[in-house]
Design a protein around this ligand. Structure first.
Ligand SMILES: *Cc1c(COP(=O)(O)O)cnc(C)c1O
Length: 430
């Protein structure tokens, strides 16, 4: 059986990555466990770097998609910057050795404490605050003035395009809470002298996630280019960069996402040399899922089988607290046994469900699995590298899973499984 992943596949009948059998890892580390392939993270990063090499660019990994400090370090060492959405992510990026000059801070609600932290990081502060409203700009200005600093800023433009993705991950429409409209940005730019703590350098966009066609991105790029040209007429100093956000989709099932080469060509068309802009722009992008999504799987063990007349239920030891995407977005994840011989025989309609007390705790509905799968057999839930562990919780008082990174034919634990003591840390009986 072949599975639709470049960096995970069966070797001698055992699901493996980079020559390491996932069963061997599960045996040693236990389940549930997230297993990542370093190569799988680095390969799309290299593709983007290649596609943008003619441009002054910075590829900022969206840390919220996978926040483990070992992953941040892996990508930072390969040249990536970081896109952050909280002080917590800033802390992680710093711990992983990332320099402030390669960090951008996005997000619709930044606190003053987070602003201060980012402004003071590595003396010069971060590369850019991607500011979402005139209100936030005023607050940031106040914080910067009090610290006698200038905050480098990009305003987040809401281009009002429909990303045609799941409504929960669509962010570029007027009705969404994100960004500023063109008028609002123009107003702010007219009043820039009123913000002595702000150094306006760029405009950012991010229209949504898991985009499967380039059309909405092209729409957004065209609108962004227009706004930048307009603003440059008004500004005493032209804008120096655009931040194009993330959102390029990946394959979970049968989808055919745009190739990264085509995506890069689109970026070049609007912001590269071909665009013949009067003032050249540095280009930032913020891929999350694109780098992380197919770089990890969640390995889980079968706890038991429930037989019903219509179908069977396989109860596994991973739950929606470990991987919430199916419950939250009804998203699809391929699921395969670690042992290839169990992929074919005696197939029967099956639901794969977790132990959490919610009906939404279901990883697969009415899919065909072998009736020979039994207690102790292990399954891999595929394409779980993005928005998997980073969205995991302790719901039902379940310790969060371990995380393992495979690199150069070896594996190491990059996050220990939580213990029962971890569960109650900070709680007080009296
Ligand atoms: C979530 C997010 C991203 C990453 O999105 P992906 O779909 O994972 O690429 C990038 N930029 C911003 C501002 C985000 O909020």
């Amino acid at each position: 059986m072949t599975i639709p992943l470049q960096f995970f596949g069966y070797e001698k009948g055992r699901l493996s990555t980079d020559g390491v059998s996932l069963a061997e890892i599960a045996h040693e580390v236990g389940t549930p466990v997230y297993i990542y392939s370093a190569e799988a993270f680095l390969s799309p990063l290299r593709e983007l770097q290649k596609g943008l090499k003619d441009l002054d660019h910075l590829i900022c990994f969206a840390v919220k998609s996978n926040s483990n400090i070992a992953i941040i370090k892996l990508l930072a060492e390969a040249g990536a910057g970081m896109d952050l959405v909280s002080g917590g992510e800033l802390f992680r990026a710093k711990k992983a050795g990332q320099h402030a000059s390669k960090m951008v801070f996005s997000g619709v609600g930044k606190t003053e404490a987070e602003m201060k932290m980012a402004l003071e990081l590595d003396v010069e502060g971060i590369f850019s605050f991607n500011v979402e409203s005139s209100h936030e700009l005023a607050v940031l200005n106040g914080v910067a003035v009090a610290l006698k600093r200038k905050a480098k800023v990009a305003l987040r433009f809401n281009p009002d395009v429909d990303a045609k993705t799941h409504p929960y991950i669509s962010t570029g429409l007027k009705k969404n809470k994100f960004g500023m409209q063109r008028k609002e940005i123009q107003e702010v730019v007219k009043r820039l002298e009123g913000y002595p703590g702000i150094d306006l350098r760029g405009i950012s966009i991010h229209i949504g996630s898991q985009l499967l066609t380039l059309a909405p991105l092209e729409d957004a790029f065209a609108r962004l280019q227009k706004v930048v040209l307009e603003l440059n007429e008004e500004l005493p100093r032209p804008l120096s960069f655009v931040d194009l956000g993330g959102g390029v989709g990946i394959r979970y099932d049968q989808e055919v996402p745009p190739t990264l080469a085509k995506y890069c060509a689109l970026v070049q068309k609007y912001f590269g040399k071909k665009a013949k802009l009067k003032y050249p722009l540095k280009v930032l992008i913020e891929p999350g899922r694109t780098l992380a999504g197919n770089a990890g799987v969640l390995v889980t063990e079968v706890l038991g089988r429930k037989q019903r007349t219509q179908k069977d239920f396989l109860v596994v030891d991973a739950g929606m607290n470990d991987l919430i995407r199916p419950a939250l977005y009804e998203s699809y994840h391929g699921i395969v046994p670690l042992n290839e011989t169990l992929t074919k025989k005696n197939l029967r309609k099956t639901n794969i469900v977790g132990p959490v007390c919610e009906s939404a705790d279901c990883f697969a509905t009415d899919r065909l699995f072998s009736t020979e799968l039994k207690k102790g057999d292990r399954l891999a839930i595929l394409s779980a590298g993005a928005y998997g562990m980073s969205m995991a919780s302790n719901y039902n008082s379940r310790p969060r899973p371990a995380e393992v990174l495979v690199r150069n034919g070896k594996f190491r634990v990059i996050r220990k499984r939580e213990t029962l003591e971890d569960l109650i840390r900070g709680e007080a009986l009296e």
